[in-house]
Design a protein around this ligand. Structure first.
Ligand code: SF4
Ligand code: SF4
Length: 122
């Protein structure tokens, strides 16, 4: 966990590209299906990419980019996005991998240069 928050608008949405799987509850599925104008059955056939051994359903697998991430790096189902996605920010996670990655990406080049081992600009 970190005290530092990041600017999501400056990020290529690492969380939607990495950060593990996204599980969907029955309510999530109903809400997403409605948003996409699909029946629950149609939604599941098209958009459930993985099930765990207990039968939980996922719209994003652990290592893949989410199918709902748009080319503009925004969530295309934002209004109906799953509960898992709603509270998520990378800086309040115990596993700080995504946060570190996103933070590194947002560091200005000048700051990276300053921290070069030899201190010389490249
Ligand atoms: S990885 Fe972090 S900074 Fe980037 S969009 Fe996701 S929550 Fe925001
Ligand atoms: S549903 Fe939207 S917010 Fe959630 S992982 Fe996919 S693109 Fe990101």
């Amino acid at each position: 966990m970190s005290d530092e928050s990041l600017d999501c608008l400056k990020c290529p949405a690492f969380c939607c590209r990495t950060a593990g799987y996204v599980e969907v509850s029955r309510n999530d599925i109903r809400r997403l299906a409605k948003f996409l104008d699909l029946t629950v059955r149609e939604f599941e056939a098209r958009h459930i990419v993985e099930r765990n051994r207990k039968g939980s359903k996922r719209i994003k697998s652990g290592f893949g980019t989410c199918q709902f991430l748009g080319e503009n790096r925004r969530c295309t189902v934002y209004e109906a996005r799953p509960r898992d996605c709603r509270g998520y920010v990378c800086w309040n996670q115990e596993d700080t991998t995504v946060f570190e990655f996103a933070r590194f990406f947002q560091k200005p080049v000048a700051e990276l240069r300053k921290n070069d081992v030899d201190g010389k600009p490249r």
